[in-house]
Design a protein around this ligand. Structure first.
Ligand SMILES: [Zn+2]
Ligand SMILES: [Zn+2]
Length: 162
């Protein structure tokens, strides 16, 4: 991973703003609103936000405690992830532009402003990003905006907390 600086960091924060707009405009998750964009060159090729599958209220699980699920239920997150949605969007609409692209992810605090991301831990998104050919995953940490290679991102996610 590397921290972005100068013009590259500035450009990355502009794309983070687009991810924030996706979260503010569309996320309906009651736990944590998130947004994501996938960028190839200077062009956005996928947008995503988190909300129940197919945006169906009947599938909303935001208020259920995660302890109720069996250990075989490996994904206990309530909503479809913003990164998943951005990847699905890119796969549907710009599949030929995914190779070499960068995925930006942001979460919002309760005040609706952008919040710092934790270290990588979502293995659903880390596997999928690597699998479909995205090259970098970008997170906004307290100490700066950081680009991870997707292979590294997957390893870090599986090693979270160790
Ligand atoms: Zn939710
Ligand atoms: Zn995820």
């Amino acid at each position: 991973m590397r921290y972005l600086s100068g013009e590259e960091a500035e450009e990355a924060m502009n794309f983070m703003d687009k991810a924030i707009h996706a979260a503010l405009g569309h996320s309906t998750c009651l736990r944590l609103k998130c947004g994501s964009v996938i960028v190839n060159g200077k062009k956005i090729i996928g947008y995503g936000y988190n909300s129940p599958p197919a945006d169906k209220e009947s599938q909303r699980r935001c208020s259920l405690p995660k302890e109720i699920y069996h250990k075989k239920v490996t994904d206990k997150t309530c909503c479809v992830h913003a990164e998943q949605r951005a990847m699905i969007d890119a796969l549907k609409n710009n599949p030929e532009k995914i190779k070499g692209s960068r995925l930006y992810f942001i979460m919002l605090g309760e005040d609706g402003n952008k919040a710092y991301a934790d270290r990588p831990y979502c293995t659903i998104c880390s596997k999928m990003a690597l699998d479909i050919g995205i090259s970098e995953f970008v997170l906004w940490h307290k100490d700066g905006i950081c680009a991870y290679g997707t292979e590294e991102y997957n390893e870090l996610s599986f090693g979270f907390g160790r």
